[in-house]
Design a protein around this ligand. Structure first.
Ligand SMILES: C[S@@+](CC[C@H](N)C(=O)[O-])C[C@H]1O[C@@H](n2cnc3c(N)ncnc32)[C@H](O)[C@@H]1O
Length: 190
């Protein structure tokens, strides 16, 4: 995990902090994670946390548009002793890869790629997740800024909109968790 974090720092990737990682592992376990999708592999820090919570034979599909990041993640997973068959690393843009994934086949979708695409990831989740499956958005509270009315920068405004959209979407039950820069978690109800 430390080596993965170091690799992330070397290429300027913001990896999840340890508390956020522990919550990801918990959610992957609570969702009975046999098949999990991660958007935004980075150098593999969050991948390792997700795998830690998943079922022993569970398979993580992780997507990143930067092949260099995926190369680093592959090294992180191998160094951590993760068997090659447990992680399917796909180099590509999330919106190009998501349509290729099967319907209602996934227990959890972790979104940590392009924040501007978060609404598209939510729509994809409605198709990809099994009932009671979970979607998690990283950095969704902008470190608390979404609660500050004076914060009007485009990213904070988009995250605020996302939180409202998920809250008002009858297909999901949701909660915001103030860990790290904030996790927005929603479970499919139907
Ligand atoms: C914040 S980092 C992910 C960090 C990782 N989840 C972790 O905690 O270790 C975001 C990653 O998303 C990737 N990315 C950005 N836009 C993307 C897109 N549209 N599709 C797929 N990956 C994307 C970047 O290359 C980067 O590696």
């Amino acid at each position: 995990m430390l080596a993965a974090r170091q690799r992330a720092a070397e290429v300027g990737v913001a990896a999840v902090d340890a508390l956020t990682g522990a919550v990801l592992a918990l959610l992957a376990a609570a969702a009975n994670g046999k098949a999990v999708v991660e958007l935004g592999t980075g150098a593999g820090v969050s991948s390792l946390w997700l795998l830690r919570g998943m079922r022993p034979g569970g398979i993580l599909t992780s997507v990143d548009s930067e092949s260099e990041h995926q190369r680093l993640a592959k090294a992180s997973l191998a160094e951590a002793g993760v068997p090659a068959g447990r992680a399917r690393l796909i180099a590509g843009r999330a919106l190009d890869v998501l349509p290729r994934l099967s319907d209602a086949a996934y227990d959890l979708l972790f979104c940590d790629a392009a924040k501007s695409e978060n609404p598209d990831y939510l729509e994809a989740a409605a198709r990809l997740l099994r009932p009671a499956g979970v979607i998690v958005f990283a950095g969704a509270l902008a470190g608390g800024r979404i609660a500050e009315p004076a914060a009007r920068d485009p990213e904070t405004v988009a995250l605020r909109e996302l939180a409202k959209t998920v809250r008002d979407d009858g297909r999901f039950v949701t909660a915001a968790l103030p860990v790290g820069t904030g996790l927005l978690v929603a479970a499919r109800t139907c």
